[in-house]
Ligand binder design. Structure first.
Ligand SMILES: Cc1ncc(C[n+]2csc(CCOP(=O)(O)OP(=O)(O)O)c2C)c(N)n1
Ligand SMILES: [Mg+2]
Length: 1006
């Protein structure tokens, strides 16, 4: 095979991440005799075979056998695929690629072989004309100086464009060398008092640590985290002292999504600021004491004056922050708030970036040019169990991903102590060593002493040892990482806030458990560390010069310097300059008057025989709301690419789809009246296919009353199956954030959504939504019910300021919508009312129906009367969830007040004088009606659509799931027979007459 390749030199190596290519792909001259053969699949340069890394490769190659994947990289100076054909015979098996496909973890059977063309390697390896190079560089410097970096970037773009045409374009760079993005010479001096800030930070560190250790000493197992804040302290403090703006007067503040596990640090700062007392800190994670404690993590529900954004479930902060920044732009572009320089900051863990929600929406942030958004990823190289990318480099990996998505990336890797070393690195070996060293080793260096670092890191090359020779072991140990150097962090933040045109991500390298020493600095166990022995605490206090006595350490005392101390004065003054304390949640009063029910007159008066679905009725209600003179502009319809499915496309033209750039193209349907209209002030948030993104928008909009002082009313309409089942954790966080609004699960029902089958037919979202304590879930059957629920929802949420939100299911079955009967408003809202009483005398049976299945109950009522002379009442049950909640509440009251007269739940009151068995039929699971069984002893027979869906028409689906009228009748007769109210033999015969097969398989298990 070597023969076959002739004399072509090429470099081949294991690429576990883009940085490897960086190290080895360039500037390395390899002769053909460097190669050795690996089976018949790949070639490696011998020098790599001899080292550990390549041995690993060999292992994988051997193990993987036929599964080997090989990517060929085209020559650096050649257009894509230039030489693939030539070298493709190298690869007998496997996949040919061209470079971009190396993911975070290429998997056990992946390897990348980089082949470079000899002609093109030489110029890279060696500068053939240094003078010419210098002239070009000088010219570039001059442009930067005289016309600014933007002009320089423009010229480079044009040059690259031209170069591409002539085949000389440089290879696409996915990451930059493993050094700080901002070079030393471009740094500005630190504006604060470094020493004082260091002392303040140390005090916060101590109090945060003390809070957790104390809690666990007196209440073992109560939990809490030390090491996340320990790594984050500088990143947080530089922000608090110099960047984070709080709302002040008319000035709106920044929004900050704090890393949830670092909460003790934020509490400790609030303590120094005088916002919390020692009692608060003592009761960290003790929320159920006489003195209010502090919640484990950021929860607006639990600390509504403090936390703004719930973050602790990994991955929710990134997506919510992105859509918050976008929503801010939306409000600005619609003229609802003035444009301001406020920012959305999100502090995220590097492990947290594993979550699909973390990376899944970064493209939209760049597309929307969200330069009001700053991600700070705390790259302490560890997650909970161990390293994030032990074999690779998380910073390089994230850089490539964010760069690819169009973000401004700022790496803060090395602290100032490294600058002189880098300046003396004339051979480039230090940089090379930095590049090639995997995160796993960096983590080890954090836990080891200077001697180890000297030997293992610098000891790889004699030149590096020489570089480090002037430093003591102590100094080597103290070579800080960028994320612990306020100067570097300040410069990164400054760049980020000044950057225009795209979002910024700061990738800051830190040490997990920084300062914990033997107790956990950089150890795999550090995340779980909650207890320190006295010696370890002494060590910590000495290291950070905490002015407390041995006894105070022993009792784990908190420490706050006197009010007039320089520390407290400085800390408070900095915050005063920046508008006040943070975090703070401060919802002002909102004044909204709900429209009267009459406003929806056309909806409540019925469809005059026209067949209309509840989805259409809902869209009508929405349209009316949009037209409301006061409320109209506050309505935010949110749709994930399903507007046409729900018949909402007329809204496109009416109110426009929000697009930050307006509409830069001529829409294909422009000739049509209802064309696809995008506009800068468009009102609809058409999110594309992202329920998570839509939910994040719903969250930003639903909490706008608190964060922007604007009572925005969001209505997020989606395929009901892809609701809680898909984005449940985001919904949970929405409730925690005290969000308001309407979630509308459309194309609802396991038998009403015909044709779509198992993955689409929702028969359980009501069960799932019932877990959300602040969610009122309704399953309305008729248009007027929707109007009543929405009207009252607006009243309760925005007029009465109750912390709740709504879930409504709407369906796509068309049927005549009746006018609203008299006296049913309360029943609709509470969950049940008698829709149609038995025509002839007293009913012997009660039939419950919800959604379109109410029509089946009505048909069953007719069959029972006509064929079997059984009188039945029919009830519309709009919400089993609400009925259950109210009943539980009443029952609890009764339990706690045995000496008082017993109260009756609404469901019991409603059914007063309604006799006989109750047959409840629903398009949802049987568990939904069963929720109220405890208050209907022995009376309830439930029919529901349990089991996997099927694709067929409604008639067949309802027969299959036994929720059609015939099944309701059969169940009624069967029950009456058991109660000895009907002849059992006749009941059996009736089943046959009704087409109900007694021996068919149970649909819930088939
Ligand atoms: C969705 C979710 N899964 C799991 C956890 C449990 N958990 C808490 S912290 C953590 C590791 C966090 O690592 P990282 O994001 O790197 O933060 P660090 O503490 O290292 O700064 C995990 C898995 C969680 N909080 N949320
Ligand atoms: Mg981490």
């Amino acid at each position: 095979m070597i023969d076959h390749l002739g004399a072509a030199p090429f470099v081949s190596y294991d690429a576990r991440g883009p940085e490897d290519r960086e190290v080895l792909g360039h500037r390395r001259h390899v002769r053909p005799d460097h190669f050795s053969e690996f089976g018949d699949t790949a070639l490696m340069p011998r020098e790599f075979v001899d080292n550990e890394q390549a041995a690993g490769v060999r292992q994988r190659l051997d193990d993987s056998g036929a599964g080997l994947e090989v990517c060929l990289h085209f020559p650096i100076h050649h257009p894509p695929f230039g030489n693939l054909a030539k070298y493709s015979s190298v690869v007998k098996r496997g996949r040919l690629g061209c470079g971009a496909a190396v993911g975070p973890d290429p998997g056990p059977a992946s390897s990348v072989i980089l082949i470079e063309d000899p002609q093109n390697m030489l110029p890279l390896a060696k500068d053939l004309n240094p003078q010419e190079t210098a002239e070009w560089l000088q010219a570039l410097d001059q442009v930067v100086q005289e016309a600014g970096p933007e002009r320089a970037a423009f010229l480079l773009e044009r040059l690259t464009e031209r170069a591409r045409k002539s085949g000389a374009a440089p290879a696409c760079q996915r990451s930059t060398p493993y050094i700080n993005t901002i070079p030393l010479e471009e740094e500005v001096p630190y504006p604060g008092d470094r020493e004082l800030e260091r002392r303040i930070k140390s005090l916060i560190r101590w109090n945060a640590l003390a809070m957790v250790v104390r809690a666990n000493k007196y209440d073992p197992g109560i939990g809490g985290h030390i090491s996340t804040y320990a790594s984050l302290a500088t990143l947080a403090e530089v922000g608090f002292n110099h960047f984070f703006r709080a709302s002040y007067g008319d000035q709106p503040g920044d929004f900050i999504y704090f890393q949830g596990h670092a909460s003790p640090g934020f509490y400790a700062r609030a303590y120094l600021e005088g916002r919390f007392t020692e009692k608060h800190l003592e009761n960290f994670r003790h929320e159920l004491r006489e003195h209010p404690g502090l919640s484990s993590y950021p929860h607006p529900w639990l600390m509504p004056d403090f936390w703004q954004f719930p973050t602790v479930s990994m991955g929710l902060a990134p997506i919510n922050a992105i859509y918050q920044a976008r929503f801010m732009r939306y409000l600005e572009n619609r003229g609802l708030i003035p444009p301001t320089p406020r920012k959305v900051w999100a502090f995220l863990g590097d492990g947290e970036m594993d979550e699909p929600e973390s990376k899944g929406s970064i493209g939209i942030a760049a597309y929307e040019k969200l330069d009001n958004l700053i991600f700070v990823v705390n790259c302490n190289l560890q997650r909970l169990d161990g390293p994030v990318r032990g074999n690779g480099k998380i910073i390089q990996e994230l850089e490539a991903i964010f760069l690819g998505a169009g973000w401004n990336v700022i790496k803060v890797i090395w602290g100032g102590e490294w600058d002189p070393l880098l300046a003396r690195d004339s051979s480039g070996l230090l940089l090379q060593r930095m590049n090639e060293c995997p995160d796993g080793d960096y983590q080890t260096y954090a836990a080891k002493d200077g001697a180890y670092i000297r030997e293992d890191f610098f000891g790889k090359h004699p030149e590096l040892l020489e570089l480090a020779a002037g430093l003591t072991d102590e100094q080597l140990h103290k070579l800080r990482r960028g994320g612990h150097d306020p100067q570097k962090v300040y410069n990164a933040y400054l760049r980020a806030v000044e950057h225009r045109g795209s979002p910024t991500v700061i990738l800051a390298k830190t040490i997990k458990g920084y300062g914990l020493g033997e107790a956990g600095e950089g150890r795999n166990v550090t995340h779980q560390q909650k207890k320190l022995n006295e010696e370890e605490m002494e060590h910590f206090c000495r290291r950070f010069q905490i002015p407390i006595t041995h006894d105070q350490i022993h009792t784990i005392s908190f420490y706050r310097p006197p009010e007039d101390s320089p520390e407290i004065q400085y800390l408070k003054e900095r915050r005063r300059q920046l508008g006040g304390e943070l975090p703070r949640r401060n919802p002002g009063p909102i004044r909204v008057e709900a429209p009267p029910l009459d406003y929806f007159a056309e909806t409540i008066s019925g469809s005059q025989g026209r067949e209309v679905s509840t989805t259409m009725a809902f869209v009508r209600v929405l349209t009316l709301l949009l037209r409301h003179p006061q409320l109209g502009r506050l309505i935010v319809p949110i749709i994930p690419d399903e507007a046409r499915t729900f018949g909402m496309e007329s809204l496109f033209r009416q109110i426009g789809i929000y697009a930050c750039q307006g509409q830069l193209y001529r829409p294909v349907d422009q000739e049509m009246f209802l064309y696809y209209k995008e506009a800068k002030d468009g009102q609809i948030l058409e999110e594309g296919i992202t329920e998570a993104g839509s939910m994040a928008s719903f969250t930003a909009a639903g909490a706008a009353y608190a964060n922007y002082g604007l009572p925005i009313i969001p209505l997020f309409t989606y395929y009901s199956m892809f609701g809680y089942q898909r984005v449940g954790d985001l919904m949970w966080a929405f409730a925690d954030a005290r969000g308001k609004g309407f979630l509308v699960g459309a194309t609802a029902g396991r038998t009403t959504l015909a044709g779509e089958g198992l993955q689409h037919q929702d028969g359980h979202s009501h069960l799932l939504m019932s877990v959300l304590p602040t969610c009122a879930a309704y399953d309305p059957a008729y248009a007027y019910e929707i109007a009543v629920i929405v009207q009252d929802g607006i009243r309760r949420m925005y007029q009465e300021n109750e912390d709740l939100f709504y879930y409504l299911t709407v369906y796509n079955e068309n049927y005549p919508q009746p006018p609203m009967p008299a006296d049913c408003r309360e029943g609709i809202l509470k969950g049940i009312y008698r829709f149609k009483a038995a025509e002839n005398g007293k009913a012997a049976v009660q039939l419950f129906g919800s959604g379109p299945i109410l029509n089946e109950a009505l048909r069953a009522q007719a069959i029972l009367a006509e064929r079997y002379q059984i009188a039945a009442d029919v009830w519309s049950v709009t919400s089993y969830n609400q009925l259950r909640r109210e009943a539980l509440e009443v029952e609890r009251w009764n339990r706690l007040h045995p000496s008082q007269p017993e109260r009756q739940p609404y469901i019991v009151q409603a059914l007063d004088r309604a006799w006989g068995p109750i047959i409840a039929a629903t398009d949802y699971m049987k568990a939904i009606p069963d929720q109220i069984a405890p208050w209907l002893p022995g009376r309830l027979v439930t029919l529901g659509a349990d089991g996997f869906g099927r694709s067929d028409n409604r008639e067949r689906l309802r027969r299959h799931f036994e929720v059609n009228a015939e099944s309701i009748v059969a169940a009624t007769l069967s029950r009456l027979a058991r109660d000895r109210e009907f002849d059992p033999a006749k009941a059996q015969q009736a089943l046959a007459d009704l087409g109900v097969d007694p021996d068919r398989k149970d649909p819930s298990t088939t």
